[in-house]
Design a protein around this ligand. Structure first.
Ligand code: GLN
Length: 536
């Protein structure tokens, strides 16, 4: 069977939930028995999001194979729960780099290199590749940004070309737009949607479906108007008001008949009846009254919560599985250094210190770790959060006052966190860290082993620095347990404190493997410890 393609474009504004919509539709199709996969095309020129500031772009999501990708891939994996690959995300930067490299090699035999066909062919090649490596029957492809962006033009041109090349019955275009609300008159407006569809049609692409996002209820009259002006069937105009949980989106789309409409147009027949019971239960759980656990997230990028998307979702998954409500208080770590934010920190039931790069705010995170250790507050450290927990322990328990990571102080007398050997000669910043899945052996009787209920696990990584083995014995003597190590025992993967209800940290990123239906064991252990501490 030929691969079927569903393309998602955005109109009016960005950040209206195109990624979640694609992920949710993917789930509905998977539930109908199809092999689905999702791909994200990012029109910016960066080669990958790995080197982009989380302030601008939100979290970098890491896959099994170590690809550093856009945060939307996190939504895809959380909803659809099929592992994605390097081929599932690419940028204009990668496309241009590849075409230019070919030109330098002489592959084009002196021809003139142009956006059409050379850039567009490379884009099509990469879309086809994703379909091939994931063996998807249906590939959902999200184009980043909004229609009209100058960078996204070659991608829109590809959609136009593909409609003819793969055949109309094999391709479906979903356009996700936003209906602004005018406060003075209390009206929702469709005009920006009309304009963005006009823009799309100008490039030669007519959407088959419009998902109209809004913060307010959308009247039938407006739906009819969008259908008329944008030339789509009435039943293909789907209003999507903002939900209070992302996990409700698939249920809403299902109710609106979106998946059935799409497969009808793609000339497919469902292989089985979709069963969304687990999702209904999950949403019902979200809405149920339950005790609150307050978690302080001490980070650097707290103004943009998207920077910690997977951590936030993992806390939610764990909390729901334990029938508690997680309330995150976002604490800017540099504030703690200035004596600010302490009331907030002290009112929390548990503390999480997530990953990060660079020195700013690290002393504040160390103070948070000290507070958690001394006051026996459950603490979960993720990557940098583990490194800082070890530095705090070295300084305040072992009395190594100058202890630090060579990332922040290259001349520290006690480099308890140091560059990994194979990282020393690397000067290129993109894709050069220790990335992706690596195994980790757990120590019997540890909290980590109890949380996982296993002897060996495999987790996703993204770091350059590691715990310095020269200090292992000293730490162990004073009550630090290295409860997870690489199978050759050369790398510390999990550290925990013996004399503490739950102070457990990992060098890897458990947040990338937590799923709504399979909350991550370390997050569950952490929230459970907070719940128990609260009871006492
Ligand atoms: N900056 C640290 C390192 O490179 C931690 C990285 C992280 O938290 N992802 O090792």
């Amino acid at each position: 069977m030929a691969t079927k393609y569903i393309f998602f474009t955005g109109g009016v504004v960005s950040s209206v939930g195109k990624g979640v919509t694609a992920a949710a539709l993917g789930l509905l199709l998977k539930e109908r028995g199809f092999d689905v996969s999702v791909q994200k095309l990012d029109p910016y020129i960066n080669v990958d999001p790995g080197t982009m500031s989380p302030y601008q772009h939100g979290e970098v999501f890491v896959l099994d194979d170590g690809a550093e990708t856009d945060l939307d891939l996190g939504h895809y994996e959380r909803f659809i729960d099929n592992p994605l690959t390097q081929a599932s995300n690419f940028t204009s930067g990668q496309v241009y780099a590849e075409v230019i490299a070919k030109e330098r090699r002489g592959d084009y035999l002196g021809g003139t290199i142009q956006v059409i066909p050379h850039i567009t062919n490379e884009i099509k090649h990469r879309i086809g590749l994703a379909a091939k490596v994931t063996e998807a029957e249906i590939l959902l492809v999200e184009i980043g940004g909004t229609v009209g962006d100058i960078e996204s033009q070659p991608f829109m041109e590809v959609l136009r070309q593909m409609r003819n090349e793969v055949g109309r019955e094999n391709i479906f275009f979903v356009h996700v737009t936003w209906l602004p609300h005018i406060g003075a008159t209390g009206e929702l407006k469709t005009k920006p949607t009309q304009h963005s569809v006009a823009e799309l049609r100008g490039i030669g692409v007519s959407p088959n479906m419009i998902i109209a996002r809004s913060d307010y209820f959308v009247e039938q009259e407006l739906i009819d108007k969008i259908a008329l002006f944008c030339d789509v069937e009435k039943r293909a105009v789907v209003p999507m008001t903002t939900t209070d949980t992302l996990y409700e989106v698939p249920l809403r789309l299902e109710k609106a008949g979106v998946a059935d409409f799409v497969i009808e147009k793609l000339e497919l027949k469902a292989k089985k009846k979709a069963n969304l019971k687990k999702w209904e239960e999950l949403v019902e759980k979200v809405h149920r009254e339950k005790p609150t656990i307050k978690v302080a997230l001490v980070g650097k990028y707290v103004e943009l919560q998207d920077a910690y998307m997977s951590v936030r979702e993992s806390l939610r998954h764990a909390a729901l599985s334990l029938d508690v409500k997680d309330e995150i208080s976002w604490i800017y770590s540099a504030d703690l250094e200035k004596g600010k934010g302490w009331d907030e920190l002290k009112s929390a039931d548990a503390i999480v210190v997530p990953g990060g790069f660079g020195e700013r705010g690290t002393e504040g995170k160390i103070l948070a770790a000290k507070y958690a250790r001394e006051n026996k507050i459950p603490y979960l450290g993720l990557c940098l959060g583990m490194q800082l927990m070890c530095i705090e322990f070295a300084r305040n328990v072992l009395g190594l006052e100058d202890a630090n990571s060579t990332e922040f102080d290259p001349n520290t007398e006690d480099p308890v966190i140091d560059l990994m050997l194979d990282q020393r000669d690397i000067s290129d910043m993109g894709g050069t860290m220790r990335l992706g899945l690596y195994p980790c052996v757990l120590k019997e009787g540890s909290r980590a082993a109890a949380a996982y209920g296993k002897k060996e696990v495999i987790e996703r990584h993204r770091h350059r620095f590691e715990f310095n083995n020269a200090y292992r014995e000293k730490f162990e003597k004073k009550g630090m347990i290295f409860s997870g190590v690489s199978p050759d025992n050369r790398l510390v993967e999990i550290s925990e404190l013996a004399d503490h209800p739950f102070m457990v940290s990992s060098q890897f990123h458990p947040e990338f493997l937590s799923r709504p239906m399979r909350p991550h064991p370390l997050f569950v252990g952490f929230v459970k410890a907070a719940k128990e501490a609260k009871k006492r």
